[in-house]
Each structure stands twice: as structure tokens, then as C-alpha cells.
Ligand binder design. Structure first.
Ligand SMILES: Cc1cc2nc3c(=O)[nH]c(=O)nc-3n(C[C@H](O)[C@H](O)[C@H](O)COP(=O)(O)OP(=O)(O)OC[C@H]3O[C@@H](n4cnc5c(N)ncnc54)[C@H](O)[C@@H]3O)c2cc1C
Length: 431
């Protein structure tokens, strides 16, 4: 116990590395234990990294970090069995610095980011899996890797071990997650020449796009498919709430295969070679079911704490921010020489004042709203596709006859349900 570190961080993702970097920069002794071969080796992410928050926690990263393409366009699309429809936002402003976001390969980015924590003075040890927390008088005082001599002690342990944190459960911060609290996503990295990507996605050389695709991409389950362009590869994935996957008996591998074969998607991937496959959980319990985020001697950050905004595809930035707030709390704990719950509660206060909790509060009812209305991702896209096909088909039928047919198609939807969806949607957005 005499050679205790100021902090042990479990997990070298963006949350753990930000925490470690900031604590080390403040002169604290910090060790990071990461189970992967290197930081990022085990990471699965779609790979959109937002510039502004990253600049805050990794100043100057644009000049140094391994980045893929600045994202100049966002598409929100719906798939039916045979059609694709949706909206595009492409802006020249997004194509000029300061960029809004980049695509990244997280295995490369996380590895680079970990060197920044090392430069600040943190010790980062890959290939160490923490299996247990060490306790004294009801307080977390360290971690064990389950090996002989594998016990390390610290004033504070920061759990940054990602989604489905077994250690946060061991710390008593949460119980077993319900399947409705997690989404399961399968992702592939598909290699394609840069010029092919530019042509297929109508991009100026070097720039990138992000597609979020609902409906048939998930068999109509709550979730979405995505396609992000990298320099010489495409990140493609799809996922849904675990509960819906279990109930429907579907699995995400089949879902991804089916998504890739859709007539609107397959031409984008043609000739590409799958170079990486992975599957991962995303915590979806949100504000209404947030776990406890601290206890005596321990703080939990990033995905391990459920700090993800799935509606706006924000996870990495929130992970970094929570890591930074945890670092501020540990600094305070060391100043006061008190790592009890009394001082560590400051972390929750900081979170409550931050954009993380404010945004999670804002979207707190969105998942429940959409989950209770499965037709939003099935019959509505079908209807919209039918409306578009009717209107666009040139077949000798007059436009007024077409409008009548369209009105009939729309009237075919249960009216009460449409009104309730509209009111429910507005209420969910505004409250
Ligand atoms: C398919 C998919 C697509 C996504 N797309 C985006 C996106 O485009 N943009 C975005 O902002 N967010 C995205 N996210 C979310 C984002 O990836 C996460 O929110 C973010 O990585 C969380 O960071 P973290 O540091 O909390 O956890 P992680 O990045 O998961 O890092 C946790 C680390 O802890 C290590 N670890 C786990 N257990 C142990 C242990 N017992 N001992 C030692 N080490 C351990 C792991 O190996 C890992 O390196 C996506 C997530 C998924 C699954």
C-alpha cells in the first residue's frame, strides 16, 4: 500500500486515455492497464471523430494523429426491401477548416492517443486484463490481473473498460444489464481504392461522407446501419437493441450480410475486400437508467458508465469529456487526501453541469418512444417509398389521379396512430 499510485485506469480507450493524460499532466502517478495487444487493438467503432472536442483533449491532433477523411456530408436514409429514400446535407463549409468531423480507424487513433498520455507521464501497459477489484474496509483500493504479483494499489481506480463493464458491476455500481439497455453492432472494414471511393460516393479527393441508414438495414428493428468512408476503406455496420435481436431470433452477422446485399448498398461495396470484422455492444440505457458513477475509491467513465448519445452518434467525444471530468475529480481527491465517496461525488456534479448529462437528459425518452412504435421503421418507409414511386413513375396517368392515389395511400395508415406518432415525436423532442 505504500507504493500506491495516485490512480489506476482500467482500459486505454478515449475515456481512459484522456483521464490518464490529464492526471499525469497534473503531476499525479498514473498507470493504465489495457487488455488488448495495444491501445485500440480491441476497439470497434464506426469511426466518426468530432474535431472540436478532440482538439480540447488532444490539442493539435489534426497535425499529428492518424486521420482518414474530413466528413463533408451526412446522409440520413431509409431502406425498404427494394428502395432507398432520404435526405442529404452536404456543405462546402464542412469541406473547409475548421472541419466538423473526421473518419478514423480507431485501432490507429487510440494507439496514437495513448502516446500522448505516455508523453504526459502516464505508464500504459497493454496485455494486462484486470479481473478483480481489490477492497479494504468496503473501499476500492486497487486492481488485480489474477496473476501472481498482479496486484496494484491506488488512491483511486478509474474504470474505463468500455461497454458492459464487468468491473463496474463488481464495484456494485450497476446490476446485470437488461437486453433493452444494450445494442449489438456488427461492423466490417472493406478495402477499396481511394479513387473508387471518391467516384462511388461523389467525393472530391480526400473528403469523406457518413451515411446513417434505417429500416431494412436492421430488418426494421430499432437501430441503424452506417457507412463511413475512410482513405482506402469503408466502415460498414449495422446493429439493433439486444432485446429485439433476442425476441426476433435474428443475429447481427446475418443482418450485416443482408444489409451489404441490398440493391442500393451492394454497388457501393462491389469489388471490395473485407479486411476486418468485429461485433460490439453499445450502452443504450441513457439518462433514465444511468448507473451510479462513483463509490469509495472508484469512478466510472465513458461507455462503462453508459455515457453515449446513440441518437446523435456521439460516444468518443463523451468518453473523452467524462475522462477529463474524472481526472479533475481525482486531482481534487489527492489535494484533499480523500478518495471517499464524499469527494468523488464531485464527479457527478461536474457531469451534471456538462453537455453530457444535459444532452442525455434531452434525449432520455427517444429510445422508449421509437421502441414502442416499430412501424416507424417499417410501414412508414414502405408508405413513403410507395408515394415516391407513384409520383415519379411516368405511365400515362394524370397528375391529379396520382395525387388521389397518394392521398389514399396515406389515408391507409391508421389516422389515430399517425396523430399519436406526430404528437409523441414532438413531445419527445421538446421535453
Ligand atoms: C459499431 C460502433 C460504432 C460506433 N461509432 C461511433 C462513431 O462513429 N462516433 C462516436 O463518437 N462513437 C461511436 N461509437 C461509440 C464509441 O466507440 C464509444 O463510445 C467509445 O469508444 C467509448 O470509449 P471508452 O474509452 O469508454 O471505451 P472503449 O473505447 O470501448 O475502450 C475500453 C477499453 O478498455 C479495455 N478493457 C476492457 N475490459 C478491460 C479489462 N478488464 N482490463 C483491461 N482493459 C480492459 C478494452 O480493450 C478497450 O480498449 C461506436 C460504437 C460502436 C460499437
Amino acid at each position: 500500500m505504500d507504493d500506491r499510485f495516485d490512480a489506476i485506469v482500467v482500459g486505454a480507450g478515449p475515456a481512459g486515455i484522456t483521464a490518464a493524460k490529464e492526471m499525469a499532466a497534473a503531476g499525479l502517478s498514473v498507470v493504465v492497464l489495457e487488455r488488448g495487444q495495444f491501445p485500440g487493438a480491441k476497439n470497434v467503432s464506426g469511426g466518426i471523430l468530432y474535431r472540436q472536442p478532440t482538439e480540447e483533449y488532444a490539442p493539435g491532433f489534426e497535425a499529428e494523429a492518424p486521420l482518414e477523411r474530413p466528413i463533408i456530408e451526412q446522409r440520413y436514409l431509409m431502406l425498404t426491401e427494394d428502395a432507398m429514400l432520404g435526405g442529404i446535407y452536404r456543405s462546402q463549409k464542412f469541406a473547409e477548416p475548421p472541419f466538423n468531423a473526421y473518419s478514423v480507424l480507431r485501432s490507429e487513433f487510440d494507439r496514437w492517443f495513448a502516446t500522448k498520455a505516455e508523453e504526459a507521464g502516464a505508464e500504459v501497459y497493454p496485455e494486462f486484463t484486470v479481473t478483480d477489484l481489490l477492497w479494504e474496509d468496503g473501499k476500492v483500493v486497487g486492481v488485480s490481473t489474477g496473476e501472481p504479483d498482479g496486484e496494484l494499489y491506488a488512491h483511486v481506480v478509474v474504470l474505463a473498460d468500455g461497454a458492459n463493464s464487468l468491473l463496474a458491476k463488481q464495484a456494485g455500481l450497476h446490476k446485470e444489464w437488461r437486453p433493452i439497455d444494450q445494442a449489438l453492432v456488427a461492423k466490417e472494414l472493406i478495402a477499396l481504392p481511394a479513387e473508387t471511393i471518391d467516384d462511388r460516393f461523389q467525393l472530391q479527393s480526400g473528403f469523406g461522407t457518413a451515411y446513417e441508414i434505417f429500416g431494412e438495414s436492421t430488418w426494421g428493428m430499432l437501430g441503424y446501419g452506417f457507412i463511413y468512408t475512410n482513405k482506402e476503406s469503408i466502415s460498414i455496420g449495422t446493429g439493433a437493441l439486444l432485446e429485439d435481436l433476442i425476441t426476433s431470433g435474428r443475429n447481427v452477422n446475418d443482418m450485416l450480410d443482408r444489409f451489404k446485399k441490398h440493391p442500393a448498398i451492394a454497388p457501393l461495396l462491389q469489388g471490395g475486400e473485407t479486411v476486418e470484422y468485429s461485433a460490439h455492444l453499445i450502452p443504450e440505457f441513457g439518462y433514465n437508467h444511468l448507473p451510479r458513477l462513483f463509490a469509495d475509491g472508484v469512478l466510472v467513465v465513458g461507455d462503462a458508465a453508459g455515457l453515449v448519445n446513440p441518437i446523435n452518434r456521439e460516444g468518443t467525444n463523451l468518453a473523452m469529456m467524462s475522462g477529463s471530468l474524472a481526472a479533475q475529480t481525482v486531482k481534487l481527491a489527492r489535494e484533499r487526501d480523500d478518495s471517499s465517496i464524499r469527494t468523488l461525488a464531485h464527479y457527478r456534479e461536474l457531469l451534471d453541469q456538462s453537455i453530457i448529462i444535459k444532452d442525455l437528459h434531452k434525449i432520455r425518452n427517444t429510445t422508449d418512444f421509437a421502441h414502442s412504435r416499430s412501424h416507424l421503421l417499417t410501414s412508414y418507409p414502405e408508405m413513403m417509398s410507395e408515394v415516391a414511386r407513384t409520383y415519379l413513375t411516368v405511365d400515362g396517368i394524370t397528375k391529379s389521379a396520382k395525387m388521389k392515389k397518394i392521398a389514399k395511400l396515406m389515408a391507409g395508415q391508421p389516422k389515430r396512430r399517425m396523430i399519436s406518432d406526430a404528437i409523441g415525436g414532438i413531445r419527445t423532442m421538446l421535453m
